[in-house]
Design a protein around this ligand. Structure first.
Ligand SMILES: Cc1cc2nc3c(=O)[nH]c(=O)nc-3n(C[C@H](O)[C@H](O)[C@H](O)COP(=O)(O)O)c2cc1C
Length: 165
C-alpha cells in the first residue's frame, strides 16, 4: 500500500508523513505520485465544505482501498455520517482526522467561507463572555486565529485497520 495525499495548508501532509514513517509506507503528494501506480492506495485529503479534496480524481486513477478526510472540526459520529454521504470512496474504508485551521495560509475568499460556516458557533461562544469554560476559550481562539490538532495518537484507528489488510 502507498499513501497519496492532497494538502493545502500542511495538516494532511503532516498526518500522511507520520503515518508513512510509522507504517513504513511511501507517501506521495497527489502531484508527484507516479503514473500507472499498481499498488493499493490510502488516500488522504482536506475537507472543503464536506468534500474530501482530490478524492474524485484519486478513485478514478488508483486502486483506493482507504480514504481519510482531514478537517478542522473535532471527530464525531455526525462528521462521519456527513463524510460518508458527501464522498464516494468506491467501497474503500473511510476515516476522519482532526487537522487544524490556518487562516493566514488561505486566500480571503476561502477564509470568508470558513468564517461564514463557523459564524454561529463563534457568536454563541462570544456571547458567553466570562462564562466561557477554558475549553470554550480554546475553541473560540482556534476558530478565530487557527491552530493545530494534529497528533500521532489520532492515527490509531487507521493503523489498526491497516493491520487487518
Ligand atoms: C474553503 C474551506 C472549506 C472548509 N470546509 C471544511 C469542512 O467542511 N469541514 C471541516 O471540518 N473543515 C473544513 N475546512 C478546514 C480544512 O479542512 C482544515 O483546515 C484542514 O485541516 C486543512 O488541511 P490541509 O492543511 O491539509 O490543507 C475548510 C477549509 C476551507 C479553506
Amino acid at each position: 500500500m502507498v499513501i497519496i495525499y492532497h494538502s493545502n495548508t500542511g495538516f494532511t501532509r503532516q498526518y500522511a508523513e507520520m503515518l508513512a514513517k510509522a507504517e513504513k509506507l511511501k507517501a506521495y503528494s497527489a502531484d508527484e505520485a507516479p503514473a500507472g501506480l499498481e499498488e493499493l492506495v490510502f488516500f488522504m485529503g482536506p475537507l472543503m465544505a464536506g468534500h474530501i479534496t482530490g478524492l474524485d480524481k484519486a478513485v478514478k486513477k488508483y486502486k483506493v482501498k482507504g480514504v481519510c478526510g482531514v478537517g478542522m472540526s473535532p471527530a464525531s459520529q455526525q462528521v462521519m455520517d456527513l463524510l460518508a454521504k458527501s464522498n464516494y470512496t468506491a467501497g474503500g474504508a473511510l476515516f476522519y482526522l482532526q487537522g487544524g485551521w490556518a487562516p493566514e495560509k488561505v486566500g480571503w475568499v476561502k477564509r470568508r467561507m470558513v468564517g461564514v460556516a463557523t459564524k454561529s458557533i463563534r457568536e454563541g461562544l462570544q456571547s458567553k463572555g466570562s462564562r466561557r469554560s477554558p475549553e470554550e476559550d480554546q475553541q473560540l481562539n482556534f476558530l478565530i486565529h487557527g491552530g493545530s490538532y494534529v497528533a500521532y495518537e489520532n492515527l490509531k484507528p487507521v493503523q489498526e485497520w491497516m493491520k487487518t489488510l
